[in-house]
Design a binder for this molecule. Structure first.
Ligand code: G6P
Ligand code: ZN
Length: 543
């Protein structure tokens, strides 16, 4: 075994997005592409000697090969120890949990989250810091800058190790400990939730369906729900991670998780349904013939947090991303705690969680989590909901309707225009930006604009500023239109249109969502001319 220094040259386009660097497998597996990026990560991290690194991925195509490369490079940079998930598997929240529990200096997660996998699909890599959370923007920008100045990388020439055998092996001076990917995580969940109450729920006949979408959450859900909590075998479907996710799109929304939605629509369907994404950090909650929006899910968990032992002490605050509905703000108001509004991207919650200012966080993009780790957490959200069902003895739909009756309903929808022309998408945003100053006071279809701006955020903890985080057009009655471009896509651009309208009166709570928002959808079209500028008649995905 020897450490080699290999000459290389900068590769364009290695700038991490909302959640790490994501590219097509063909791009990632090109010579020196992965090596260059990993070298830039280690250079940015600084002195890695004697440190512990956590490593794992969502099992997608190229995961195993990439892990061998990262291991050889970690050894060449002097890491003392790597904690590696068996089979190369670790969900994003599990990486966060393992970093925190074992005092690691950071972790590398190989995943492109919910983007499709397989040889023609996407691959990705993200670095998490010592608090267990995603590297902040100044760190990822430094990594990108480093990729553009690279002249060499360091790598051991050691042979591949066996990723499937639990135990410890060495590469150079570095110990690689292959760990059970579920163990530490399951232990943490046991501390947070009332496992006895959930066990009693299953013993009493509650039926659930958890769709692992052939991605990483399957092993976690199977071990915890079926193994520890006694849910009937078969409660977890698509529970074995596959390199191409079975050809599916492992993004838990009503469009991509159609199998689950169909199961939940059956007359004799389960009482509770859920799905998670590629790397296990997202969640979708479904009742029988009833979808729960992620924004409502956050608000409902916050309102009922005391049912779970881990949250009995109360919440310090709630945080939500700007495009997420204001349902959580109403709960925070009722509880007398602050609600923080951050830009899109889980990384913006990190400082608030570290400072003890927020306990629960959530995003409209099917992400919910808390201070237990520094990532959003799919299986955690499922266990929270099961704990809630056990405490309330009501159906999912009844719980949501009761919440609306108490706090009012925030009608909410997101329209995505995927894979549109990048230049055209930029022009659309610029054109709307150009109109912002003139919008306040204007009336569109009965809505009067109260505020129109491009969201910027000053982190209340570290003072860092993020600008151009999404255009918001807020009406005098609080209804909102938000427009932003996705930071996670790998093909063209994706325009996201977020729509929200509040209805206090319970008599107004049964309108089909798209009908309730039809007026606002029309206003968005008038202001942004989405059809003309994207050449699309309708969104590709509506959630
Ligand atoms: C990832 C991030 C989330 C973010 C989501 C959508 O899942 O972890 O924090 O909300 O992507 O981002 P996008 O830029 O595609 O809207
Ligand atoms: Zn994810």
């Amino acid at each position: 075994m020897a450490i080699q220094i290999i000459n290389t040259a900068p590769i364009a386009g290695q700038r991490p997005g909302t959640s790490g660097l994501r590219k097509k497998v063909a791009v990632f597996s090109a010579p020196q592409y992965l090596e260059n990026f990993v070298q830039s990560v280690f250079d940015t991290v600084g002195d890695c000697r004697g440190q512990t690194l956590v490593l794992g991925g969502d099992g997608r195509f190229y995961n195993r090969a990439a892990i061998q490369t990262v291991l050889r490079m970690a050894a060449a940079h002097g890491y003392a120890r790597v904690l590696l998930g068996q089979g190369g598997i670790l969900s994003t929240p599990a990486v966060s949990c393992v970093i925190r529990k074992h005092g690691a200096s950071g972790g590398i997660i190989l995943s492109a989250s919910h983007n499709p996998g397989g040889p023609d699909g996407d691959f990705g890599i993200k670095y998490n810091i010592a608090n267990g959370g995603p590297a902040p923007e100044k760190v990822t920008e430094a990594m990108f800058a480093r990729t553009q100045a690279l002249t060499e990388y360091r790598i051991s020439d050691a042979a591949d190790i066996d990723l499937d055998q639990l135990g410890t092996v060495r590469i150079e001076q570095m110990e690689v400990e292959v760990i059970d990917p579920v163990l530490d995580y399951a232990e943490l969940m046991q501390q947070l939730f009332d496992f006895d109450a959930i066990r009693a729920l299953f013993a009493g006949g509650l039926r659930i369906c958890f769709d692992g979408m052939h991605a990483v959450s399957g092993p976690y859900a199977t071990a915890i729900l079926e193994g520890m909590l006694g849910a009937p075998k078969g409660s977890v479907i698509n529970g074995v991670p596959l390199e191409d996710f079975g050809g599916g799109h492992p993004d838990p929304n009503p469009v991509n998780a159609q199998e689950l939605i169909a199961i939940m629509a059956a007359d004799d369907g389960p009482d509770f349904g859920a799905a998670s994404d590629g790397d296990g950090d997202r969640n979708m909650i479904v009742g029988r013939r009833f979808d729960v929006t992620p924004s409502d899910s956050l608000a409902i968990l916050a309102a009922n947090a005391a049912v779970a032992p881990g949250y009995r002490g109360g919440l310090a605050g709630i945080a939500r991303s700007m495009p997420t509905s204001g349902a959580a703000d109403r709960v925070a108001g009722a509880l007398g705690i602050p609600c923080f509004e951050t830009p899109t991207g889980w990384k913006f919650f990190g400082t608030l969680l570290d400072a003890g200012m927020a306990t629960l966080c959530g995003e409209e993009s099917y992400g919910t989590g808390s201070h237990h780790v520094r990532e959003k957490d799919g299986v955690w959200a499922v266990l929270f909901w099961l704990n809630l069902l056990a405490a309330k003895g009501q159906s999912v739909e009844a719980i949501v309707r009761a919440h609306w009756a108490a706090h009012g309903r925030n009608y909410y929808s997101r329209h995505d225009y995927e894979d549109i022309d990048s230049a055209g998408a930029q022009q659309l945003m610029e054109a709307v930006r150009g109109r912002l100053a003139a919008l306040p006071g204007q009336v569109f279809d009965g809505y009067t604009v109260a505020l129109a701006d491009d969201f910027s955020y000053t982190d209340p903890v570290d003072g860092s500023v993020a600008t151009q985080q999404g255009i918001r057009i807020v009406m005098t009655d609080g209804a909102r239109i938000v427009l932003r471009l996705s930071g996670t896509g790998t093909e063209g651009a994706t325009l996201r249109l977020y729509l929200e309208r509040y209805a206090a009166d319970p008599a107004q709570h049964a309108i089909p969502t798209q009908d309730a928002l039809a007026g606002l959808i029309g206003v968005a079209e008038t202001v942004a001319q989405i059809r003309a500028r994207t050449g699309r008649d309708a969104p590709t995905v509506t959630t």
